[in-house]
Design a protein around this ligand. Structure first.
Ligand SMILES: [Zn+2]
Ligand SMILES: [Zn+2]
Length: 380
């Protein structure tokens, strides 16, 4: 007896007890018969039965899929993407009736009604839009709610890497959050979490929003600088994740945003997982309270021989290396230091003293003040 003949009596019994649509009936046996179309199998099994009522399990939901397909197409109209997947929320009563039938007739290892509906929707959507169904890592994920006939769309975030060059003093690195939502995103800030764009973070975000749409950005900076610092040379590296992007592709090169230049902006696969270590070349303008003693200045470069010991607020001890040091004296009280330093050396505290040993004030035997500092290069 063929597999098909074996299932005929079970299918007939079920149909005597319950009214089922082609999809739901076929689904109960298609896996066992290795068939891909539930609908065709259901049709075949049901050919001698007349339908008088709606499907006991799904209430003829499958007849209505075109309606939900339209909702999906509307929902995705503002997005460009290649791959997608579909999820669904069904009325619990549908799931319960599906479970009841499967346990009553001891049908094992078959798709449940929800899986089948999302499969069918996925197939139809793909056929209609030529987008690729990808359940593992889709760019867009639809969540169809059959209870209230709505559709939510989740767009996978994209991550960029780049470097910024800052040629104007007075710009902070970080942007203050929107006061209304403290950064979560609200109508006032158009769900960006920030409502002003006058920092490095704000300017980069604004550029990305303009090109890719999306809601919020999340930055990882490779170090930071003061509001008054410049960042020159090849610039400071950063990573930024854009949530819910509308677009996923755009030509990116070097971008000039007035006092800010973005270099090498590109899309990467993921955020760096480990903290990144780096070295910075900096120029520090320093003034001293008493007259500078050249004898001490000349000895400064010896500091490169040993690490500098830093204690943080909690008392934790760090060692940071200064790789090179030169200076330029402008007057009896003013000079600049040029150093290449390991990331994490607190510059201001190294100059003025404060749980950093040795520090400049100590080495020059006079009180020093860090006026401003600029970055000439950052190596990762
Ligand atoms: Zn059904
Ligand atoms: Zn807001």
């Amino acid at each position: 007896m063929s597999e098909y003949q074996k299932i005929i009596p079970i299918a007939s019994q079920i149909l005597k007890d319950y009214e089922l649509c082609h999809h739901c009936l076929g689904r109960l046996f298609s896996k066992q018969l290795h068939l891909s179309s539930n609908k065709l199998l259901g049709k075949k099994l049901k050919k001698n039965f007349k339908s008088t009522q709606k499907c006991f399990i799904c209430n003829n939901l499958f007849d209505n899929l075109n309606y939900f397909l339209k909702i999906m197409i509307d929902c995705a109209s503002d997005y460009s993407y290649r791959t997608f997947s579909v999820g669904a929320t069904l009325k619990p009563s549908i799931i319960d009736r599906d479970d009841d039938i499967r346990s009553q007739y001891k049908l094992m290892g078959i798709d449940n009604v929800k899986t089948d509906i999302t499969k069918e929707l996925g197939k139809s959507f793909s056929k209609k839009t030529k987008k690729v169904l990808d359940f593992l890592d889709p760019e867009i994920n639809f969540l169809i709610n059959f209870k209230n006939e709505s559709c939510q769309l989740y767009s996978k975030s994209i991550t960029f890497s780049g470097r910024y060059v800052k040629t104007l003093r007075g710009i902070t690195q970080k942007q203050k959050s929107c006061i209304n939502c403290t950064g979560k995103g609200c109508r006032t800030c158009l769900f960006h979490g920030i409502s002003e764009f006058d920092s490095i973070e704000g300017m980069i975000s604004q550029y990305i929003f303009k090109k890719f749409g999306g809601t919020t950005t999340k930055f990882t900076w490779i170090g930071g600088e003061d509001k008054s610092s410049l960042v020159l040379g090849t610039g400071r590296p950063f990573f930024v994740k854009l949530r819910n992007p509308n677009k996923r592709k755009s030509k990116l090169t070097s971008i000039n945003l007035d006092s800010l230049k973005l270099k090498n902006l590109k899309i990467i696969n993921e955020f760096p997982k480990k903290p990144i270590t780096f070295n910075s070349s900096i120029e520090i303008k320093i003034s001293s309270k008493s007259i500078l003693d050249s004898q001490y200045l000349k000895k400064l470069k010896n500091i490169c021989n040993d690490p500098v010991i830093v204690h943080d607020k909690s008392g934790k001890r760090f060692e940071k290396q200064i790789f090179s040091l030169t200076y330029k004296k402008y007057s009896l009280h003013d000079f600049s230091l040029f150093m290449k330093i390991e990331s994490g050396l607190p510059i201001r505290r190294f100059i003025e003293g404060g749980d950093v040993s040795p520090n400049l004030s100590e080495l020059l035997n006079c009180e020093c003040k860090c006026e401003e500092f600029d970055f000439h290069g950052i190596e990762v």
